[in-house]
Design a protein around this ligand. Structure first.
Ligand code: ADP
Ligand code: ZN
Length: 793
């Protein structure tokens, strides 16, 4: 019977984003989810098999054959292929883009094909003998040398008969890793060794039976000795697969589940109820920092595992994985799989296969771990669900929470969204009853929430104290050191967010219609709103208090370190920022150093705010909360509240308690006041009211249309073109220049399309983008669509 396959080809072209039909030649073994090579026009290109059928819809004569299957076991499951179809529509990208994001990290496209002799008999032809002698050979080189093999059907026949195997290799060697080991045979066990070298080797092997050759070499047994033993059939040499284990060499103290508090128990019962009933349900676990959310996750995963189902745990950044992984490894030992981008390609490949093959009960990792290919999935957890890093900021621009919800519906799995500061989006759905709200309102052992003290930096200036450290922060640092405790200093720096602030009254220049802080432009000394393109002149004096200290703003971590050492020259300081953590392992090293109390102060960017748990940290200082508040983004208030709450959660984790000092020029901002009181509900009320009034999410849906090109005039024309094609059908913000106006020589402008219904808005934007694709602009201006943008920088 003839068979046909639907192949999605790997070509980046909107109009080719649909499957093409190919014939599966007799004898070829192709599965859905495998990568293949197919003829396409004059070329041979790679693609994914996304479907198989027994008959052909139309025009059978035209159909060409699949040339080659690249994977023995498919790299994608049928579920993930379906997911790509959904994802492409939801995020306005191509299915191929989405598939690429899901492929086990580390699987690269083919760089070459190799032929090997795999027959069981002595080869008869010269070509085969050549292969037998040389081992695997580049296919193209071999065919050049033996052109008769290139004749129609010859190679295919030999492959079908199993005489020749053709495999695809990539530069990174994406294959299971093997080691050669020596295995003692029955004869070897009885043998009388000849000479002392053989005697040593046999003595070692009689203890262990099988040992990698490298271990034997370390023990003083040379390769020649092993060969001599093999020649006498006293040992056999074989290849054994070894797992590339990202946690290799680390030791984790096994840990028992803790007896739960009442609140934890309730949350756990709700979640496991859904898992046992195989009912898809979403739980928003709103628990203050240190309330024991992680313990709930751990026990929910254990129950999921005993129901025979897998769990996925997402954490916002690999940055905080060392500590979290430690806790999971202590509980689940070798049954966890770790998936994140700092692993080597080989490690990621092995971990991915362990999930696919059912060797792991829980996969833990950053955003892309949401694609972990469990055949049976019972639970997906997003820790710190409000984090912006769950949205990918390159194509495909998916949100891991949305993907998690999709997969959970399919698997009838539960989703747990955990946070001390839930996103407005999630909390609103909980309010509407679409999510189940579980609350952990208190810290474990009723430890108090650390007091948060707000320092008014305007007052400091008034009293002629001009340092970046307030007097309160300096004196608190002093007493912290005297008690032998540690401090964390946080600098929420986004270098490019240059807003203008009056140091005397705290006034920040904002756009009147968008309520977004105006961005300072060096050129022309202008202030500009990058939502609606309103602009005004740089003020000489503050429009509110007429003060003359009205300046643009920004300090780096290095500067903070220098300043700190002026006051405390003997203190040991470590920095955690993009510069100091560029190298692999640097992040962990710095944190370990700090944990071992080899440093008194940790200075860092927002990286330090999350997830870390150091019992000896009794002081957290926020150098300036204003950089967060004045980010030119409608989520600035939310981000500030989240940041301050998270950072306050770092203090007083131990019995010694702790305090938090926040410096700011706007001490009356609602986000700061709510964070001071650890009061999420009040914050939520204020924030959601503003969002509703101004029509921002979750009360609307946004799609960002970003245009970039080398010629600014063309970019602006393209933006107007798009605006014209959207006009009438939806509400548009802009066109306006992005706050990051120019990146690597490319001018950037944007439009934000706004609507109340996702499907309608997507349809409108898709249509406009197709018009754009057919216009002359598509040649020199690049259009990027971002559905539900997390940032408009
Ligand atoms: P969260 O994830 O909400 O910030 P954690 O799960 O990290 O909180 O818990 C904070 C601390 O309390 C941890 O040190 C944890 O070991 C401890 N803890 C959690 N649950 C319990 C419990 N039921 N009994 C005792 N200690 C607990
Ligand atoms: Zn504006």
């Amino acid at each position: 019977m003839e068979r046909f396959a639907e192949i999605l080809v790997r070509i980046h072209h909107q109009r080719l984003d649909r499957p093409f039909t190919y014939r599966v030649p007799p004898g070829m073994d192709v599965s859905v989810g495998s990568r293949v090579v197919v003829p396409f026009g004059p070329r041979r290109i790679e693609g994914y098999c996304i479907g198989l059928a027994g008959d052909l819809p139309a025009a059978a004569a035209e159909v060409k054959d699949i040339e080659e299957v690249l994977d023995d076991t498919p790299v994608l499951t049928e579920e993930l292929i379906k997911l790509a179809g959904w994802g492409a529509a939801r995020y306005l990208c191509s299915q191929m883009d989405f598939l690429q994001a899901m492929v086990p990290p580390g699987v690269r496209w083919v760089t070459g094909k190799w032929a090997a002799y795999s027959g069981t008999e002595e080869p008869i032809s010269a070509a085969c003998r050549y292969l037998q002698e040389k081992g695997p050979v580049k296919l193209s080189a071999w065919l050049k040398q033996f052109p008769e093999m290139d004749a129609a059907g010859v190679l295919r026949r030999l492959r079908r008969e199993g005489v020749i195997t053709v495999t695809s290799r990539d530069a990174q060697g994406m294959k299971p890793r093997t080691v050669r080991e020596a295995v003692l045979t029955a004869e070897g066990r009885r043998a009388e060794p000849v000479g002392s070298k053989q005697a040593l080797a046999l003595e070692i092997l009689r203890k262990d039976t099988a040992l990698p050759l490298s271990h034997l070499a370390d023990a003083g047994v040379s390769a020649a000795t092993v060969r001599s033993l093999a020649a006498r059939s006293w040992v056999e040499i074989r290849e054994k697969e070894v797992r590339r284990d990202p946690l290799d060499g680390e030791h984790f103290e096994p840990e028992e589940p803790l007896p739960l508090t009442l609140a934890q128990k309730e949350a756990l019962e709700q979640i496991s109820g859904a898992i046992n009933d195989r009912k898809s349900g979403v739980f928003l676990l709103h628990g203050v920092t240190g309330s024991g959310k992680t313990e709930v996750y751990l026990q929910a995963i254990a129950r999921t595992a005993s129901a025979g189902l897998g769990s996925i745990v997402l954490v916002p950044e690999i940055a905080l994985t060392p500590q979290i992984i430690e806790r999971f490894a202590s509980r689940f030992g070798g049954r966890i799989a770790v998936l994140h981008s700092r692993l080597s390609a080989g490690e990621r490949y092995d971990e991915w296969r362990r999930v696919a093959e059912g060797d792991a009960v829980v996969a833990i990792g950053a955003r892309s771990a949401v694609f972990a290919p469990f055949a049976k999935l019972g639970l997906i957890i997003l820790d710190e669900e409000h984090e912006a890093t769950y949205k990918q900021d390159e194509t495909p621009r998916y949100h891991a929470r949305e993907v998690a919800l999709w997969r959970a519906r399919l698997h009838k799995a539960a989703v747990v969204l955990g946070s001390a500061t839930p996103s407005l989006e999630s909390y609103r759905l909980a309010e509407l009853g679409e999510y189940t709200l579980s609350r952990l309102p208190d810290r474990i052992e009723n430890r108090p929430m650390p007091p948060v003290e707000i320092v008014d930096m305007r007052q400091e200036l008034k009293e002629k104290h001009r340092s970046i450290f307030s007097r309160l922060l300096l004196s608190t640092l002093e007493s912290t050191f005297q008690q032998g405790k540690q401090a964390i200093l946080l600098l929420n720096r986004r270098g490019y967010a240059t807003f203008v602030l009056c140091r005397e009254c705290g006034h920040v220049m904002r756009c009147k219609s968008c309520d977004i802080s105006l961005k300072f432009h060096m050129a022309g000394e202008a202030l500009r709103c990058h939502y609606c393109d309103y602009s005004e002149d740089y003020p000489r004096v503050c429009p509110v208090c007429s003060g003359r200290y009205i300046r643009h703003f920004g300090t780096g971590t290095q500067k903070v370190e220098e300043e700190l050492l002026k006051y405390f020259p003997d203190r040991r300081v470590v920095r955690l920022d993009a510069d100091t953590t560029a190298r692999k392992g640097a992040h962990k090293k710095i944190l370990t150093q700090f944990k071992k109390k080899e440093a008194d102060v940790l200075i860092g960017t927002q990286m330090v705010a999350k997830g870390l748990d150091f019992p000896d940290v009794t002081l957290v200082g926020v150098i300036t909360a204003d950089t967060a508040i004045n980010l030119p983004d409608f989520r600035a208030g939310e981000r500030t509240f989240q940041l301050l709450t998270q950072v306050a959660g770092r203090a007083g984790r131990g019995p010694a308690g702790g305090r938090v000092v926040v410096q700011t020029y706007t001490p009356d901002h609602y986000a700061i006041l709510a964070a001071k009181d650890h009061d999420y509900p009040t914050f939520y009320r204020e924030e959601s009211q503003t969002r509703q009034e101004l029509g921002y999410p979750p009360y609307s849906v946004l799609v960002r249309l970003l245009l970039a090109g080398a010629d600014e005039a063309r970019v602006i024309d393209a933006a107007s073109f798009l605006a014209a094609h959207l006009e009438g059908s939806t509400d548009i913000l802009g066109p306006s220049p992005c706050p990051l106006e120019k990146i690597r020589g490319q001018f950037r402008w944007q439009l934000v399309a706004r609507g109340s219904d996702t499907d309608t808005l997507l349809r409108i934007v898709k249509k406009a983008s197709a018009e754009f694709g057919g216009s002359t602009f598509s040649g020199d201006v690049r259009l990027t669509l971002d559905v539900d943008p997390q940032s408009l920088l």
